[in-house]
Design a binder for this molecule. Structure first.
Ligand code: GDP
Ligand code: MG
Length: 196
């Protein structure tokens, strides 16, 4: 997929701030620091469309990136950052739940887990929600460049077992560093979006 125009179109904490254009949406969820902003840059082929590595837990907003006026890539606030207060956690839950429960144009949810780490309790809760809510989804094992090629398969299996991912749901190893997995993920995105 060649992206011609990519821009941050809206930043929201509540529905009134979501973009009004009814483009289909592909959503990224996962822990803080798992690589959500990086994968958006990688998919869009841009260096700094989304801000990478800002203080974990600090991004408490939903960012909507307009891709060629065809779809939005939506960057949700990350969960599981240890240093945040209860109030912050509650505000995260509220922002994310409201979006996931009310937004009708979500076509695909991409859940990121770090290929090097065991999924956490928060990851399990997130995946249970995805599995229970009948939303089309895919799991991406991020930072695949950080482990050896031979370690990839066993890591994917561990993630699959820990989250209880059924055979029909794909787990794609991805590297935003070198673009591994990009074509496969774009194919999945294109399959889930009509008219592109
Ligand atoms: N080596 C490597 N580092 C990555 C990759 N993706 C993200 N990172 C790094 O992980 C950190 C967090 O990434 P970021 O995209 O900000 O995560 P977010 O909090 O989920 O948005 C940054 O230092 C990134 O450079 C990847 O595929 N490979
Ligand atoms: Mg981010």
């Amino acid at each position: 997929m060649v992206v011609k125009n990519a821009k941050l179109e809206a930043t929201a904490v509540k529905p009134e701030q979501y973009p009004e254009k009814n483009l289909q949406e592909v959503v990224f969820v996962g822990r803080s620091n798992v690589g959500k902003s990086s994968i958006i840059n990688s998919l869009a082929n841009r260096k700094s469309l989304a801000r990478v590595g800002s203080t974990p837990g600090k991004t408490r907003v939903i960012n909507f990136y307009n891709i060629d006026d065809k779809l939005y890539l939506v960057d949700l606030p990350g969960y599981g950052y240890a240093g945040v207060s209860k109030t912050m956690k509650a505000s995260w839950g509220n922002i994310v739940e409201t979006y996931l429960n009310t937004r009708e144009n979500i076509q695909l949810i991409i859940m990121l887990v770090d290929i090097r780490h065991k999924p956490t309790q928060d990851d399990k809760i997130m995946y249970e929600w995805l599995a229970a809510n009948m939303v089309r989804h895919v799991v991406v094992a991020s930072k695949a460049d950080k482990i050896s090629r031979s370690a990839i398969k066993p890591r994917l299996k561990e993630i699959k077992d820990a989250l209880g991912v059924p055979d029909e749901v794909k787990i794609i190893p991805y590297s935003s560093e070198n673009g591994a997995g990009r074509d496969e993920l774009w194919t999945m995105i294109e399959e889930s979006i009509s008219g592109i």
